[in-house]
Ligand binder design. Structure first.
Ligand code: ZN
Length: 249
């Protein structure tokens, strides 16, 4: 059996799929609490809310400034041009068309293959960087119904990546079983009010790329599916109740 080098066996470093939104910023904080060294990766797939790619750099700077205990752990940021995904995807995230539900029950914002490709490319970066842990903000509790956010999808992908790359990656999804209100609570737990404020002020979630005036829950149009989830979750968090009813959980 092939000997595992000490570095490959080192669980102390992680690579976070970091888009600059609420969920991935919470995942970044989660990783910075757990691991000694954390790197970040982003994907340009010609998303119409490309503003998130600029905003994520602001979030990284703010994390370094506001959390000195995390700043020293935050390593390289990787940026991957995945324009080909935008070219082959006819979706409302990659084309200028209105958000709607499709006949199959999926929203037309679903980009087929997106999270599968993101994790696969992130694993290729992690392979080169000798990082074992991958962290993503996928969630199947209070979400848009994307099948590549499901726990089984991520677990199957972990197996495929480990077989296909001959590594022992661990794919972490700390938000998988949290609703949006609980994701805000997790941010508070990890970084206190300072992290909640950083997320409100600097992260970008809106699919329509609207910044505009600040709302209680941050910036955005307030009506696209991403804003609706964020807004509903923040209101529930502030009121100390779950954002999902018991029947829907
Ligand atoms: Zn919006």
């Amino acid at each position: 059996m092939r000997a595992i080098t000490p570095l490959m066996n080192d669980a102390r470093s992680a690579l976070v799929l970091f888009s600059g939104g609420q969920d991935s910023t919470t995942c970044l904080a989660w990783a910075l609490e757990r691991f000694a060294h954390v790197e970040t990766v982003a994907f340009d797939y010609r998303q119409r809310h490309r503003i998130e790619l600029d905003q994520r750099l602001v979030v990284l700077d703010e994390v370094r400034r506001a959390f000195p205990q995390w700043a020293g752990k935050l390593g390289q940021d990787h940026f991957i041009d995945m324009g080909v995904l935008g070219q082959i995807s006819e979706t409302s995230l990659t084309r200028d068309v209105a958000f709607a539900m499709e006949k199959d029950g999926l929203p037309n914002s679903f980009v087929p293959g997106r999270n599968l490709l993101f994790f696969t490319f992130a694993a290729a970066v992690a392979w080169r960087r000798e990082i074992r842990n991958l962290v993503g903000g996928m969630c199947e509790t209070d979400y848009s119904g994307y099948p590549d956010c499901r726990d089984n999808t991520v677990k199957a992908l972990q197996v495929a990546l480990n077989l296909g790359m001959d590594r022992s990656f661990v794919l972490h999804t700390p938000l998988m079983w949290l609703d949006k209100a609980e994701t805000w609570s997790l941010a508070k737990e990890l970084g206190g009010e300072a992290l909640v404020e950083l997320i409100l002020e600097h992260t970008h979630t809106c699919y329509d790329a609207v910044r505009g005036p600040r709302n209680d829950w941050g910036y955005g149009c307030g009506t696209c599916p991403a804003c609706s989830l964020r807004k509903r979750g923040f209101e529930a968090y502030r009121e100390g109740r779950p954002s999902l009813t018991a029947e829907r959980r």
